[in-house]
Design a protein around this ligand. Structure first.
Ligand SMILES: [Zn+2]
Length: 208
């Protein structure tokens, strides 16, 4: 649910929805191999998702970032170097957001409007920087912890056992040997058979 603290200051963990929409999200990329593998699975099931990217990885792997955008997925700002907001002054956090945003605009001609703070930290600096940059802060309601297991079935079950309409699911595309693509292969046909409709976060919010 959105925690509304002012007109410009809303943090979403999930989004109230009438239908069966959910949003799949992938953090910390792009990665030169893993991002493409995930995109291939999403494409096979006609599903669009949201990728919260890190500026330094966009500069290292701009083709991977461009492929995400070219395939119609959404990209959000996950800061430039993934430093925890707890350790940053407000001006330093603003610079982190700006540098990631500039990288996306310069290399991908894309302007993000969603911000996911590293480690999901929401403090006054995060709220102020989001407002200043006209960002909506997006957290998650289902955490797959896909980085801690090498069993695709475990990751898929963490989603299938908890998913509710309006949920935002956290996964990662920057763990080189993770089983996230295989987990998607397992969970997507089941989610679709249950009637769930994976969309981008902006579509879930009704602004995409
Ligand atoms: Zn992250």
């Amino acid at each position: 649910m959105g925690l509304r603290c002012g007109a410009q200051d809303t943090v979403y963990r999930s989004v109230p929805t009438d239908g069966c929409r959910i949003a799949l999200t992938f953090d910390d990329g792009p990665h030169p191999g893993q991002t493409h593998r995930i995109l291939e699975v999403l494409e096979r099931y006609g599903v669009r998702a949201t990728f919260f990217m890190i500026g330094v990885n966009i500069r290292n792997y701009p083709d991977a970032a461009r492929e995400v955008i070219a395939r119609g997925h959404e990209v959000g700002n996950h800061t430039d170097s993934h430093v925890c907001p707890r350790n940053l002054s407000e001006s330093a956090l603003a610079a982190e957001l700006d540098r990631c945003e500039d990288t996306l605009e310069n290399l991908c001609e894309y302007r993000p409007h969603l911000f996911r703070p590293p480690e999901g930290v929401v403090n006054a600096h995060v709220r102020h920087c989001a407002e200043r940059g006209d960002y909506t802060v997006i957290l998650w309601s289902v955490d797959t912890r896909d980085w801690e297991t090498r069993q695709a079935g475990v990751i898929a079950e963490r989603v299938l056992s908890r998913i509710r309409p309006g949920d935002i699911v956290l996964m990662h595309d920057y763990v080189a040997d993770s089983k996230t693509p295989e987990a998607l292969e397992l969970m997507l046909p089941k989610l679709l058979a249950l009637g769930y409709e994976p969309v981008t976060v902006s579509e879930l919010l009704g602004i995409g």
